[in-house]
Design a protein around this ligand. Structure first.
Ligand code: NDP
Ligand code: 8X3
Length: 248
């Protein structure tokens, strides 16, 4: 039986790579994002197994309308990949932009819970899978991570709470928590500073979007009696450092 996955944030990075990965494995894919031209390019590339819906996840009415309008072949969602998200800024809290904070909270948290709630009846009926893209930033604080890290801590804890609530339904929930992966993430975070993005990833052998897409696909295709609660993954070149000490 052909299964269907809905992926938010499929115009770039992990989401676009995941769309390709699932289509290659014969799945139907609903790919979403704001940039319509990117969605059209993906549809041209991947063909009739892909259905695209353009909306801003912060626009609840547009998101619901898109779900309502799904063609019959794509309406029975088996797997929801809550991937759309972003970091904005690296300034310390006392200098950070409140607008950036609102955008991260609205996108990474509010939209994710709204879409999840909307699709829960279908996912329960189909004993589906919810894959939430969290981050190592939700577990390990770092300077300038403030609200971004907070949003991802929410995503992880919400995922674990969902597991509890969905006990006995057969629905599986996984929080995937990647470290450094080269996508448009840093370009977005720095409001378009390509040099900053190149400096971060240059020579660091970061993970690729395809690495994370493989993990998403792996989780989605596990035997139905298995649930990976949290999947934390980093490039070998990334590890931990100590606490900072201020000497007055
Ligand atoms: P990209 O910037 O490459 O992709 C982000 C995707 O999110 C885009 O498709 C973008 O689409 C979509 N998106 C952002 N805001 C909105 C919005 N308001 N409405 C609809 N779609 C939106 O970054 P990544 O692929 O790296 O990021 C994917 C997820 O992975 C994010 O949640 C990120 O926090 C997380 N992550 C990334 C890591 C990394 O190192 N790259 C590590 C850990 C987690 P569009 O702009 O077209 O709307
Ligand atoms: C992205 C990973 O460490 O840049 O979520 O915050 S990090």
């Amino acid at each position: 039986m052909t299964r269907t996955v809905l992926i938010t944030g499929a115009t770039s990075g992990f989401g676009a790579a995941a769309a390709r990965r699932f289509v290659a494995d014969g799945w139907r894919v609903v790919a979403t994002g704001r940039r319509l031209e990117r969605l059209h390019a993906l549809a041209d590339e991947l063909g009739s197994q892909l259905h695209v819906e353009a909306f801003d996840v912060r626009d609840e009415a547009a998101m619901n309308a898109a779900i309502d309008a799904l063609p019959a072949d794509f309406a029975n969602i088996d797997v929801l990949v809550n991937n759309a998200g972003l970091a904005l800024g690296t300034a310390p809290a006392q200098q950070a932009s409140l607008d950036d904070w609102r955008t991260m909270i609205d996108t990474n948290i509010t939209s994710l819970v709204i879409l999840t709630r909307r699709l829960l009846p279908t996912l329960i009926e189909r004993k589906g899978v919810i894959i939430n893209i969290s981050s190592i930033a939700g577990s390990y604080p770092y300077p300038g991570g403030n609200t971004y890290g907070g949003t991802k801590a929410f995503v992880t804890q919400f995922s674990l709470g969902l597991r509890s609530d969905l006990h006995g339904t057969g629905v599986r929930v996984t929080s995937i928590e990647p470290g450094m992966a080269e996508t448009e993430f840093t370009l977005v975070r720095t409001h378009g500073n390509q040099q900053a993005s190149d400096n971060l990833y240059g020579g660091a052998n970061p993970m690729t979007a395809e690495d994370i897409a493989d993990q998403i696909h792996y989780v989605a295709t596990l035997p139905p009696h298995l649930n990976i609660n949290r999947l934390e993954i980093m490039p070998v070149t990334q590890s931990f450092a100590g606490f900072q000490i201020h000497r007055g």
